[in-house]
Design a protein around this ligand. Structure first.
Ligand SMILES: *Cc1c(COP(=O)(O)O)cnc(C)c1O
Length: 483
């Protein structure tokens, strides 16, 4: 097997903690007890928990070994389409762990957390400038939560106007969370198909946009990594017929400093700070999905809002607000990282987009020689292929994705977006160097050759990992957490 920087190396076996250690072994030494023994009420104690007895070294080795079975962006390229698994500068982590930020209690009275409130207020202002929107709330806890906030705002807007539309238009290239968020607010999603170029056609939207439709929910760039260039015309039709335009801007690293969505017809927008703005993500950790609106929708934003009136304070007196979305005011540590990221890049911010788009187009042009390119268009931050060419040898996207693991890369997104059968959706991100992109391409070239000469090898991949092919459905639905 060709050697690439991958998982071929020392893979340490490690049993469960319960199988290690020995009775009476301890990981710490306390001073001699000089207090007499007092038996506790056994009803209070219950049964002694079954905890293993281990030394300090056994515990350290156990967890260090387990940590090496994981893969993260700090150990290798993670080109998971639609997820922006990019490298996040460690300086932003450092700012987020500053004592004053990290230790601030969420119930501190306003006068005692002026710095934190000011950071929220300034980050809101920076995000309005970046997006071309007028007002922002940092409260939503994730992208999908931002979508929910946006749908609630759309609902509140129509109610205030005295209309009660029941439908919302959603393209077939939207992110999967979009129809779910719309449905949670009681809107019936109506699908509009993308055209042969992979984007929305103005006439197709015009044919669906009627008085019973609240508006459109459009992912831009869409999940094919393509820019919805008809958005201004589509927005005009939606507005003329009384609707609003919602934009899913989770992948803003494709547009940062280049396109201001608020200037091309978008009324409501959400961002993912944990994709674009320097918070590592994955594994269900905390996120942040700020919601941005144009002026006429500002009264509907969630409360409390940070107001600057000589000093900063949290205010709740906004009668048209959709209300509170979280117990506290957003995931503050993530806001600190985003603020630090934006300020540290400053006027260089558009470079993020330039590199993200350049890297994706470079990969697209090199990989199209071995993989079927779904839409032959210049892409933005990601590109979508399929396994059409490899089907002839009985090799699927899943086989190729699994084989990539042997060569040291996290697999790209597969079988999404749904409009491309056998999709392979690659987002290299702006932080990968040309050398690393070339290594990834080399791995894919080797895999494409293996698909022809030795398909069995791919069917059985990965070969070099701790575990081989898992039953992914059962693993997700019935996780076995007790060993
Ligand atoms: C990631 C993503 C979302 C969902 O974000 P979460 O924080 O996972 O809820 C929504 N839309 C798009 C386009 C995304 O890429």
């Amino acid at each position: 097997m060709t050697k690439l920087p991958g998982t071929q190396g020392l893979i340490l076996e490690e049993p469960l903690l319960w199988e290690k250690g020995d009775k009476g072994r301890i990981g710490f030494s306390l001073p001699e007890n000089d207090v007499g023994h007092f038996p506790l009420d056994s009803d209070l104690c219950g049964e002694t928990p079954d905890l293993p007895d281990l030394s300090e070294l056994e515990v350290i080795r156990h967890y260090t070994r387990l940590s090496q079975w994981n893969f993260g962006v700090d150990s290798g390229m993670y080109p998971l389409g639609s997820c922006t698994m990019k490298y996040n500068p460690k300086t932003n982590e450092r700012q987020a762990s500053l004592k004053g930020f990290q230790a601030a209690h969420p119930l501190l009275p306003d006068p005692l957390c002026q710095g934190g409130l000011r950071l929220i207020h300034e980050l809101e202002r920076l995000l309005t400038e970046i997006t071309g929107m007028d007002a922002v709330s940092l409260q939503p806890a994730a992208g999908a939560h931002g979508e929910l906030a946006g749908m609630l705002i759309m609902h509140a807007y129509h109610r205030k106007k005295g209309t009660k539309p029941t439908k919302i238009i959603i393209p077939d290239t939207a992110h999967g969370t979009n129809p779910a968020s719309a449905a949670l607010c009681g809107f019936k999603p109506v699908t509009v198909s993308s055209n042969t170029e992979g984007i929305l056609d103005t006439n197709d939207v015009a044919a669906l946009m009627d008085e019973d439709t609240a508006g459109i929910m459009i992912t831009n760039p869409n999940t094919l990594g393509l820019f919805e260039k008809n958005l201004p015309d589509i927005a005009k039709i939606v507005h003329d017929r009384g609707g609003l335009v919602y934009c899913d801007g989770a992948n803003l690293n494709a547009l940062l400093g280049v396109v201001k969505l608020g200037e091309i017809g978008v009324d409501i927008l959400h961002l993912n700070l944990h994709k674009t703005f320097s918070t590592p993500h994955g594994g269900g950790g905390p996120g942040s999905g700020p919601i941005a609106v144009l002026k006429h929708l500002e009264p509907f934003l969630p409360i409390p809002r940070v107001v600057n009136n000589e000093s900063y304070s949290l205010q709740e007196n906004f009668p048209d607000s959709i209300g509170r979305l979280l117990t506290f005011n957003g995931h503050f540590g993530i806001l600190v990282r985003a603020y630090s990221y934006i300020l540290s890049l400053g006027s260089e911010l558009p470079r993020v987009t330039e590199y993200a788009v350049l890297n994706a187009n470079y990969l697209k042009e090199r990989l199209r020689k071995i993989l079927h390119l779904a839409y032959d268009q210049p892409c933005l931050h990601e590109c979508v292929f399929s396994d059409k060419e490899q089907h002839a040898f009985g090799v699927s996207s899943l086989d190729m994705a699994k084989r990539l693991i042997d060569y040291g890369f996290h697999p790209p997104t597969v079988y999404f977006p749904l409009v491309v059968p056998g999709a392979i959706m690659i987002e290299p991100t702006e932080t990968e160097s040309k050398e690393d992109l070339d290594l990834f391409i080399t791995a894919f070239e080797i895999i494409a050759r293996e698909a022809k000469t030795n398909p069995q090898l791919l069917h059985e991949a990965p070969h070099n990992t701790k575990v081989r092919r898992l039953d992914e459905t059962t693993a997700a639905r019935k996780p076995c957490l007790c060993g």
